[in-house]
Design a protein. Sequence first.
Length: 222
Amino acid sequence: MTHSVTQQLTLALSKGRIFEETLPLLQAAGITVNEDPETSRKLILGTNDPSVRVIIIRASDVPTYVQYGAADFGVAGKDVLLEHGGEGLYQPIDLNIAKCRMSVAAPADFDYLTAVRQGARLRIATKYLLTAREHFAAKGVHVDLIKLYGSMELAPLVGLSDAIVDLVSTGSTLRANNLVEVEHIMDISSRLVVNQAALKLKRERLQPILDAFERASQRISA
Ligand code: PRT
Ligand code: MG
């Protein structure tokens, strides 16, 4: 029997921090991307390996492309994976990249702890409905959640909400908008996600890359 043709692999990434922080991991697997998504308008990027290509999509769309097998594997934040639910995805590695935390933040003059203690009903604006709902339900805090798609920091400044649930890394966005972190919900980092069928059918091709990613991400976190 002749050997099967080289298996094609498609990797889903979002541009910005995930693309940039995945590059050293790809390098460790011997893969270099031919174009920079910040300057190229192409959505499919070639690599030095003709059997590997990278697709550039919105961060929150990465789990969907991988779930349906339009990409074999991808990199997505834990925040995004929690909202997606992770259906159809194998999540073998915490890559320890694009780290931040998910927090509750409120205007400096809003007494969040007292409001919570008194059982007030809080209005919370967020992109992370499921995570926020679970967090407040576990604490027994009554909330009205308002779904936003970005710039959550604005919501309490213009009276849309009392507080927000958002990602924080340096804290400078909160500071610039006179908001303070009042509760830490969880630490966030990005995970490798793999399509479950691809993991079986393309294991031979995928496994060395997964191994290289794992070793390189352990070096990053060390
Ligand atoms: O931007 P877009 O709407 O396309 O999608 P996205 O915001 O989900 O994508 P992107 O590329 O901005 O983020 C991709 C992933 O990076 C997220 O899913 C997180 O897992 C991770 N990550 C790490 C962050 C941050 N750090 C981060 N600081 N994602 C967003 N932020 C934002 C945060 O929402 C806030 O507005 O940066 C701002 C706060 O930053 P500091 O440094 O001022 O605290
Ligand atoms: Mg963003």
